[in-house]
Design a protein around this ligand. Structure first.
Ligand code: UT7
Length: 322
């Protein structure tokens, strides 16, 4: 028994911000950002919240799965940037979409959060506690970012993606791996903040996201190929039998490094970071929804989802599309 993804959804803030606009704030250029990251633009909240974006994505995933909100048994929101400590974002989403019969809670594993939440849903369904789950990754990192630090503000974007999953007897998720290394926690840190970014209004207190970009870069390029191979082994699937690798959209060069180490052509690594930037826990479900809506995911296709981030955390999931 496993779970399969029946529907996907996504939501983005209405305000799109170009590299040129960022170059007006910090000493950088469109050329540098494109070359070093692959990012050309991102969406930034001017009022949208983790809960409102997650609710939009969840609503869409339910419609895509042809399910109603009152059928949802478990509602998980992965986020590291909620507006409130309580109630959690998942309970706010529950209220917003009317999923009155669901059990709802948040989960934080930074950029690997969506994968960890998906694995949690899988464990609940496999153990027979619930039959289905709505799983979202939602972030408004623009309020955690120092818009005067060119090492971080060029990278991140806001948004949410969601999937509806249900119990299945065949196919679905075939293998899963998760890792955490708290000893390396210091390489990406942040404190909780209210909604606050340059396009909203400036916050002067200086408690922003702090990142050793190079350290995370090399962690991802070294660790993700191993994590993917581990998950493939658990699933009993060969690397050559995977149709698409949907990786956390952090930096084009990281994805290129991983594809090189795995010996897999870049054509099998779809990307949307050019338009979205790094949306942390939202990046994998945002990409999944985009491919689903374009009709690029066909029944029987084998997908690998893999992400990494603060913690440090990383994970990989092998699944067969419905
Ligand atoms: O989602 C998980 C969490 N985060 C990540 O995945 C981030 C992973 N890391 C990265 O994506 C990259 O490390 C960054 C995009 C953050 C930085 O790129 P990099 O190629 O690692 O640059 P760097 O930090 O090694 O800096 C190279 C040079 C430096 O100048 P010098 O010392 O060589 O003169 C920086 O000062 O580039 C300079 N630099 C910039 N120049 C123009 C750094 N940021 C910028 C910038 N514009 N925005």
């Amino acid at each position: 028994m496993s779970i399969r993804i029946l529907g996907t959804g996504s939501a983005l803030p209405s305000r799109a911000v170009t590299n040129e606009e960022i170059a007006e704030l910090v000493e950088t250029s469109d050329e540098w950002i494109r070359e070093r990251t692959g990012i050309a633009g991102r969406h930034v909240s001017t009022g949208e919240t983790v809960a409102s974006l997650a609710a939009g994505a969840c609503d869409m995933a339910l419609r895509n799965a042809r399910k109603s909100a009152d059928e949802v048994e478990l509602l998980l929101v992965a986020t590291c940037s909620p507006e409130d400590v309580a109630p959690c974002a998942a309970c706010q989403v529950q209220k917003e979409i009317g999923a009155g019969n669901a059990v709802a809670f948040d989960l934080n594993a930074a950029c690997a959060g969506f994968l960890f939440a998906l694995h949690t849903a899988w464990a609940y369904v496999e153990s027979g506690i619930y039959r289905n789950a709505l799983v979202a990754g939602s972030e408004v990192l623009s309020k955690l970012v120092d818009w005067k630090d060119r090492g971080t503000c060029i990278l991140f974007g806001d948004g949410a993606g969601a999937v509806f999953v249900e119990k299945c007897e065949e196919g679905g998720i075939l293998g899963f791996v998760q890792h955490s290394d708290g000893k390396k926690g210091g390489v990406l840190t942040g404190v909780g903040r209210p909604l606050d970014n340059h396009w909203f209004h400036l916050n002067p207190d200086g408690n922003y996201l702090n990142m050793d970009g190079r350290e995370i870069f090399s962690f991802a390029v070294r660790q993700i190929p191993k994590t993917i191979e581990e998950a493939l082994e658990k699933a009993g699937i060969a690397l050559g039998d995977v149709d698409l690798f949907l990786l956390h959209q952090a930096n084009r060069r990281i994805i290129e490094g991983i594809s090189k180490r795995l010996g897999v052509d870049m054509a099998r690594f779809p990307m949307n970071l050019e338009r979205m930037g790094n949306t942390s826990s939202a990046s994998i479900p945002l990409l999944l929804d985009e491919l689903n809506r374009k009709g690029e995911l066909r029944s029987g296709m084998r997908l690998v989802l893999s992400g990494f981030g603060a913690g440090l955390t990383c994970g990989a999931c092998v699944l067969e599309w419905k």
